[in-house]
Design a protein around this ligand. Structure first.
Ligand SMILES: [Zn+2]
Length: 185
């Protein structure tokens, strides 16, 4: 997360720019955040989790990491935790391939993503998982922007919560008005 004066290219300017790709640039960073997220998730949810699922790309990378790390904390006799990626789909929002629909069917799923913005991505993923016969246990993310307009009917756990300051329409941006130079990212 960077502080400054940013032109988001969509007609809005703002003081804060969040780039989730920075989390994945060094794999060890996401491993550390995944461990920390596991540490704040209730034990009952972790214990019941059969599959960790997440939307491509960031959520799927995080889900893959968490699924692997969960097994390092479990009895070796227990079946290994499964992983399932959801991919963006113009028709239905998010979907699972046929292989992964079979993987999640009848299983308990923990749904994860890197950042929760409006919550709509998680809601669409939840819908795809449930329509494949999965039971959704909870959603979790590294960073919650506190702007969710779509809430799931299961617990949501965030490693960090931060409400970013508001953005401004480019033609009424107070930073532009006071001559603050625009940062590049
Ligand atoms: Zn501006």
């Amino acid at each position: 997360m960077l502080d400054g004066h940013f032109d988001f290219g969509n007609g809005f300017h703002g003081r804060v720019y969040l780039n989730p790709h920075q989390l994945f640039r060094h794999p060890s960073t996401i491993w550390r955040f995944a461990q920390d997220l596991i540490d704040v998730l209730p034990g009952s949810i972790l214990d019941a989790t059969d599959v960790v699922a997440g939307p491509a790309t960031g959520g799927a990378l995080l889900a893959h990491t968490i699924a692997g790390l969960l097994d390092s904390r479990r009895e070796i006799t227990r079946p290994p935790t499964l992983f399932a990626p959801l991919t963006a789909d113009a028709r239905s929002g998010y979907s699972l391939s046929r292989f992964y629909r079979q993987q999640v069917k009848g299983r308990n799923v923990l749904l994860v993503d890197d950042v929760r913005n409006t919550g709509q991505t998680l809601a669409r993923c939840a819908e795809a998982l449930r329509s494949s016969g999965a039971t959704l246990l909870a959603s979790a993310e590294i960073y919650d922007r506190m702007e969710a307009i779509a809430e799931l009917d299961v617990p949501n756990v965030a490693l960090a919560e931060y409400k970013a300051p508001p953005n401004y329409a480019a033609d009424s941006c107070p930073l532009c008005a006071s001559g603050v130079p625009i940062n590049t990212f």
